[in-house]
Design a protein around this ligand. Structure first.
Ligand code: ARG
Ligand code: ZN
Length: 896
């Protein structure tokens, strides 16, 4: 049922080519069809004889029947050449087995048997970067979700867990380092300059956690002693020239190991933990047991090559993959519909880790921004799916913001409902109960319920219902009875296949503030005594009315504190109330949120003015509130920087009935310019006060962030003096954060200073691909005229390659996601460029091609002309012969 055709087809099995089936539409797989495996694999012995063109994989599987005697054994395989097959040491002839498409079937097997296979694969021709492939001359693997079937025939599903022993043989000079999961049990030399290594992983694991690495690598070594005294050997493998960029990754790993012990009582379980950085990688990183493989972007950092944001991202991805050792590896997923079981939980855990390393409120603000700008649109478009999807064509398309980030919000809500201690009890029970098993999100919720004697049956709907709920709240105060009535109504728009939405269990954390900004003690109708501070209201019905007693004057409600649920909240605040909350709310997150809502109102007014052809004016009250935040020396710099960042163009687009990319861009640019001009002296003063921060701690990072933000506002005002300041800022930067801050600020100022700085940057960094990506990205997002030619120019830069996912993301991904004015150019040229690239990419790397298609999927949100242009592009994609399942699924779903 596959119509995948791409470059790595060279070695397709003769007679079983998927090409023969190319005209059939790919079939969907449904959660409701789940059935337990009919065979189990107790142990796997693999032997790899490595060669870029023809690698031989010998496997010996110990199989045991797990169902009725008639059940045949059906193994998955893709792009494999079958050389030999033996059953219990008896060679099989073609008539003894059945090989069709991507399935190898054997009938009438004994209850228990051993199957030996020899397969041939071509790693150097593998451009999909799934299975075994070559990156930078080295071998590496990516098996999640279904890449293992590109290595050998197997029961490639997560509920089949086996113990692996892996022997690797290769040329010793070219591939001095040979790695796999678990512990090294043997190694030595072979004739003809070859050598071997044998690795054994004692923990049964699903095939998606298998990994192999072979190459010319060096390692940075350190150690960690676990709380029970186990000495763990820590190694980060990189290419030799990157050895001086591993310190931060190593420290992050050690911090993660300590944190998981302290916070969740989770200890590491092998004697060695390895991380390998590779340059060609589809995603961020992969949690293979004991042998993580990382996109080098999430390992390599030095203050002069990586920004503060890069440092924080590296720390969080290192933590994320490490935390998977428990939430994912020790307890794994029964099937891929349960992906959020490990991803939502592990994102929640890495978010908490980062919050503990820095300022919790800033981390929360950034996570919510990410959710709102990336997940909310997904949940409102044709690709909308529940945290636990009910069907898919290609599972790689479901490594989404919904499964990851909304999934993490769902876990966070459980913690909010149960309290930190209750949540910890639930998590302990989950790990105890299911260690070594492949389970479901239901099992997770059940453990939370059982450990806390709570009923979360209504809460479970969060896993099955797509769409972002809307909370509409209103409040009325009655001075006679000194009561405040808060009415909250929940609703959710229909999504594909879910016309009717049921009410969800939503934790609403709130407080009431008096005129001086103090929290009013809360006592609901029917309660004996008031409780100081905030409380968590639980919404379970379509509408709730909460009547608070002893409220003498009209309060200002502070609702959804800390963003206690992934919802849109509407409350009819006046501008004065928003300015009040911006200055006085005792919840850091909600202070920021009030500023965002105020800015949103102002920007919406400006967008309307642009559309009506009216002059644009700066709202005086907003400018004043904004200026007060800037002048508030009591606030942490990082928090000020977040408060002074206006909602992004994507978020503004989400708020419009018909997206007007030009009006949005003009309105936002105007507001930045007007604020920069009106508050120029203050921006300059804060710039001076924060410039020159040293070190990589959270405080220094916060100061640099604020400093660069001030510079950007100053440059937005267009003053010549500001341009000169940015030029100096660039020239004197001793770290990448300031260098990029200056370039970003200069992006708004066409002219010599800008051109010189960009040229200097390219000359300085053209040989460092990760740094060059920043230069690519900056220009791909440049809203100045001529963007299309610029992007084409970048694609013919010697540092660009369509085969490298990081380069594609930096140029094409950034253009499609962060340059709305030109991507959505009225003549359709932006859409066309992305469409051409999608089709070119699809033949090489369907996963990356499919990601790019999502930029076209929300075509219904635009005016008629743009709708037409985007729709025609999607139709052109769907009609393309030999399309991958990946791209077919996204494009066809977007159209229907
Ligand atoms: N499990 C990995 C992570 O979250 C992601 C790997 C996904 N890879 C893929 N090709 N879909 O860290
Ligand atoms: Zn993950």
């Amino acid at each position: 049922n596959a119509i995948v055709h791409h470059g790595s087809q060279a070695h397709a099995q003769p007679g079983c080519s998927r090409k023969m089936m190319k005209e059939t539409a790919p079939a969907a797989i449904h959660l409701k069809d789940y059935a337990p495996p009919r065979w189990r694999i107790l142990s796997v012995d693999l032997c790899f004889v490595l060669d870029p063109e023809d690698t031989r994989v010998r496997s010996r599987l110990t199989l045991v029947r797990n169902g009725q005697a008639e059940a045949p054994l059906q193994l998955n395989g893709q792009d494999l050449v079958l050389h030999h097959i033996r059953l219990d040491d008896r060679p099989l002839q073609p008539g003894d087995y059945h090989l069709e498409g991507e399935t190898l079937t054997l009938h009438d097997l004994p209850e228990r048997c051993e199957l030996s296979l020899e397969t041939g694969i071509a790693p150097a021709a593998n451009t999909a970067l799934e299975g075994l492939y070559v990156s930078g001359g080295n071998f590496c693997t990516q098996c999640e979700a279904e890449g293992f079937r590109r290595i050998t025939w197997f029961l490639d599903r997560p509920d089949v867990m086996a113990v692996y022993t892996v022997r690797i043989e290769a040329d010793k000079a070219r591939y001095p380092v040979l790695l796999s999961n678990g512990n090294l049990t043997d190694s030595g030399d072979l004739p003809e300059g070859r050598h071997f290594a044998v690795w054994h992983d004692p923990f049964p694991k699903p095939s998606y956690l298998f990994a192999l690495v072979a190459g010319d690598l060096v390692c940075r070594r350190d150690g960690f002693t676990t709380r029970t005294g186990r000495e763990v050997d820590l190694r980060i493998y990189v290419q030799r020239h990157n050895l001086d960029k591993c310190d931060h990754a190593m420290r992050s790993l050690q911090a993660s190991m300590g944190w998981d012990e302290d916070t969740f009582g989770r200890e590491y379980d092998l004697d060695i933990y390895m991380i390998v950085a590779v340059d060609d990688f589809n995603m961020g990183a992969m949690e293979n047991k004991g042998l993580n493989v990382f996109n080098s972007k999430y390992v390599l950092a030095r203050p002069d090559t990586a920004t503060d944001d890069d440092f924080v991202a590296i720390e969080s991805v290192i933590a994320h993959e490490y935390f998977h050792n428990w939430s994912g590896n020790r307890v794994t997923c029964r099937d891929w519909f349960q992906l959020s079981l490990k991803e939502g939980l592990t994102v929640f855990r890495d978010q908490e880790f980062t919050a503990d390393q820095s300022l919790r409120a800033v981390k929360r603000i950034q996570d919510v921004q990410r959710l709102r700008t990336l997940q909310f649109p997904e949940d409102a478009g044709p690709m909308a799916h529940p945290v636990r999807p009910q069907s898919y064509i290609e599972i790689n398309n479901f490594y989404t913001m919904t499964v990851y980030e909304k999934g993490a919000e769902v876990v966070r809500m459980i913690q909010t409902l149960l309290g930190r201690e209750g949540f910890r009890r639930g998590l302990d029970l989950y790990f105890d109960r299911h260690d070594g098993q492949a389970v479901t999100t239901d099992d997770f919720v059940k453990a939370m319920e059982d450990a806390n004697a709570r009923d979360l049956s209504r809460f479970r709907r969060w896993y099955d219902q797509a769409g972002t709920p809307l909370l509409e709240a209103t409040g009325t105060h009655d001075p006679e009875t000194a009561t405040y009535r808060l009415t909250v109504r929940q609703s959710c728009l229909p999504t594909k296949g879910q016309p009717e939405k049921l009410p969800l269990h939503i934790p609403l954390v709130m407080a009431l503030l008096d005129a001086r900004g103090r929290e009013i003690p809360l006592r609901l109708e029917g309660e004996d005594s008031a409780v100081a501070g905030e409380r968590t209201l639980e919404l379970t019905a379509p509408t709730h009315v909460f009547v608070f007693q002893d409220v003498p004057e009209l309060p200002v409600p502070s609702l959804l504190r800390g963003f206690s649920a992934p919802v849109n909240l509407r409350f009819p605040y006046t501008d004065a109330q928003l300015a009040f909350l911006m200055a006085h709310d005792t919840d850091d997150f909600n202070r920021w949120e009030a500023g965002q809502q105020f800015a949103l109102k102002v920007l919406q007014g400006l967008i309307e003015a642009v559309q009506a052809g009216q002059p644009l004016m700066l709202d005086a009250r907003f400018a004043q509130a904004f200026g007060q935040v800037l002048a508030n020396g009591a606030l942490d710099a990082a928090l000020v920087a977040e408060a002074l960042t206006l909602p992004g163009e994507g978020y503004l687009a989400e708020q419009m009935a018909v997206v007007d990319v030009d009006a949005i861009h003009q309105a936002r640019q105007f507001l930045r310019q007007a604020l920069g001009a009106a508050l120029g002296d203050r921006f300059r003063a804060v710039y001076e006060a924060t410039a020159g921060a040293q070190g990589m701690d959270a405080t220094a990072m916060g100061r640099r962030r604020l400093c660069n933000l001030c510079l950007a506002y100053l440059c937005a005002s267009g003053e010549a003096e500001a341009v000169a300041l940015a030029r100096t800022h660039y020239g004197s930067a001793d770290n990448m954060t300031d260098a990029m801050g200056a370039l970003r600020a200069l992006l708004d100022c066409p002219g010599e200073a800008r051109d010189q700085a960009l040229a200097h940057f390219e000359a300085r960094w053209r040989d460092d691909p990760l740094v060059l990506d920043k230069w690519f990205g900056l220009q791909a997002m440049d809203a100045a005229p001529g963007a299309l030619d610029r992007v084409r120019g970048l694609m013919s830069h010697p540092g660009f390659s369509i085969r490298n996912p990081n380069r594609v993301r930096a140029v094409l991904g950034t253009f499609a996601m962060a340059n709305p004015v030109h991507f959505h150019a009225l003549d359709g040229s932006g859409h066309g460029l992305i469409t051409d690239s999608v089709l070119e990419l699809d033949a090489l790397n369907p996963q990356i091609a499919a990601r790019l298609v999502t930029s076209l999927s929300r075509w219904r949100r635009f005016d008629e002309e743009r709708q037409g242009s985007m729709r025609r592009c999607l139709e052109r994609i769907v009609a393309h012969p030999g399309l991958s399942r990946d791209v077919y699924e996204v494009a066809s779903r977007s159209l229907d």
